[in-house]
Ligand binder design. Sequence first.
Ligand code: GDP
Length: 140
Amino acid sequence: MAIQRTFSIIKPDATERNLTGAVNAVIEKAGLRIIGQRRIKMTREQAERFYDVHKERPFFGELVDFMTSGPVVVQVLEGENAVKAYRDVMGATNPTEAADGTIRKLFAKSIGENSVHGSDSEENAAIEIAQFFSLADIVG
Ligand code: GDP
């Protein structure tokens, strides 16, 4: 299996409840390494660019409001098949449908305030990592 990198965000609902360490513990237990990490407050411009693919969806405004409502932790994760491995440990978008032991089952508040983001493909992971990290800030 290939060693991959993926992009993660610990969202405002989780940082607000002081869950950064608890989320990171689940990530590391799943065999993923946190090789880049930074706590930031996203601007509207950053959030709108990041979620551009969803701009026609009815929840877009709500999503941008939420993602800019408090601090987030942006991360680069590395491991075997990291994109899928992280999607698996995140759980389904809607926490009521997420499997036991997943981050969203453990911590998410709702389909919108669902604690974490993870890239859905290796191609998108590279684009998303480049939006928030320079190479010098990623140490594998
Ligand atoms: P993900 O890949 O599992 O994060 O899910 P999507 O790519 O479908 O959606 C991106 C993000 O938009 C989700 O993680 C949620 O934060 C948000 N979102 C998705 N569906 C809804 C919805 O029906 N209502 C609201 N308020 N937010 C949503």
